[in-house]
Design a protein around this ligand. Structure first.
Ligand SMILES: [Cu+2]
Length: 295
C-alpha cells in the first residue's frame, strides 16, 4: 500500500515558494538564448495590444456598448473529440502510436529530453502564472491540449482527434476502469513489486507504455519510467472517485458564476485525478501521465 505523502489533497504538491524565492525554475537546464529583435518586437506588440485594448474599452464605454459581446461561432465543422471507449480499435491504436512517437522525437525546447517532455515541462513552468488557481485555468488548458493535438498530427502523422476519459462512467472504482487495460487501454497501475520512482509511483509494466520514459520530475531532470501509484493519498490505498461522480460534475456545471464554476471544477474533479493516479500524474508534470483529463 502506498503511503500518503502530502497533507493536503490538492493538486499543488509542488512547493509554490520556488518562484517567490526566485530559484529552481530551470535547474541544470540551458536557457533559450535571448533574441534582441524578437524581444523588441514583443515589447512593441505588447504596447500596441495594451493600447488597443484600452482604446477599444474607452470607445465601447463612450458608445455605451457591452464590453463583451459574444457572437455565434462561425465554426461549422468543429473537431469532435470522443471518449476513449467510443473509438474503434484501429483508432485507439493510431492514437497510442502517435503518443509513443512523441516520446521518440527530440525536444523542441532544449537539446535534451524528448518532444513528449516539452509538454509536462511547459505545464510545470506556467503553473503559478496562469494555468492553475487563476481565471485562465480553463482556456489555458484548452489551448494547451490543442497544441498537444497539433503535435500528434503534425509531428507524428496522426489523423484523428484528441480523446478523453469520461470519469463519470467509472467513478465508483476508477482504478478498475477499462481505461487502464493493458490491451485496450493505457496500461495499469505501477508494478507493486518494483521500487518507488516519483510521488509514490512505480514503473508501469504492462500495456503500450511499459517502455515509456519520462525525463523530468517536478523541477528537475530525472529520467525514469512512466510511473503510477493508485491511491497514494489515501490511507486505504483506494483511488477515491467521490469527486468524479456525475453528481459532483453536475454540481460544478450548476454554478452560475464563472469563478465558482472554475474553482469547483479545479478543486473537485480536476484535483481528484492526480491525487488518485499519483506517480507522474501527481505533480504539475501531469501531462506526462499519458491520459488527458476531462477538463
Ligand atoms: Cu494543468
Amino acid at each position: 500500500m502506498a503511503s500518503p505523502m502530502h497533507s493536503s489533497p490538492k493538486y499543488s504538491s509542488v512547493p509554490s515558494d520556488d518562484i517567490e524565492n526566485g530559484n529552481n525554475i530551470e535547474p541544470s537546464l540551458e536557457k533559450p538564448k535571448p533574441n534582441v529583435k524578437s524581444l523588441l518586437a514583443g515589447v512593441v506588440a505588447t504596447i500596441l495590444i495594451v493600447a488597443g485594448m484600452f482604446l477599444g474599452f474607452e470607445w465601447r464605454v463612450k458608445k455605451n456598448e457591452p464590453a463583451f459581446n459574444p457572437q455565434p461561432s462561425p465554426c461549422t465543422e468543429p473537431v469532435l473529440r470522443r471518449e476513449w471507449r467510443q473509438l474503434a480499435r484501429s483508432e485507439q491504436a493510431s492514437y497510442i502510436e502517435a503518443v509513443k512517437c512523441l516520446n521518440k522525437l527530440p525536444s523542441k525546447m532544449y537539446s535534451h529530453g524528448r518532444l513528449s517532455d516539452d509538454f509536462p515541462w511547459s505545464h510545470r513552468l506556467i503553473e503559478h502564472y496562469a494555468a492553475h488557481d487563476a481565471a485562465p485555468f480553463l482556456p489555458w488548458h484548452r489551448y494547451f491540449i490543442h497544441v498537444y493535438e497539433l503535435a500528434l498530427r503534425q509531428e507524428c502523422g496522426y489523423n484523428g482527434q484528441l480523446t478523453y476519459w469520461d470519469w463519470t462512467l467509472d467513478w465508483k472504482h476508477p482504478d478498475r476502469s477499462s481505461i487502464w487495460d493493458a490491451e485496450t487501454g493505457f496500461g495499469g497501475n505501477g508494478d507493486l513489486n518494483g521500487n518507488e520512482t516519483v510521488f509514490s509511483g512505480r514503473c508501469v509494466s504492462d500495456g503500450p507504455f511499459a517502455d515509456y520514459t519520462v525525463y523530468y520530475s517536478n523541477n528537475t531532470i530525472k529520467p525514469h519510467c512512466l510511473s503510477r501509484g493508485f491511491g497514494c493519498m489515501e490511507d486505504s490505498g483506494n483511488f477515491d472517485g467521490t469527486f468524479l461522480s456525475p453528481r459532483a460534475v453536475e454540481r460544478s456545471h450548476n454554478k452560475t458564476v464563472y469563478l465558482d464554476f472554475l474553482l469547483s471544477l479545479e478543486m473537485g474533479p480536476h484535483n481528484a485525478m492526480p491525487n488518485g493516479v499519483c506517480g507522474d500524474f501527481f505533480s504539475f508534470d501531469a501531462p506526462a501521465g499519458k491520459l488527458k483529463r476531462k477538463n
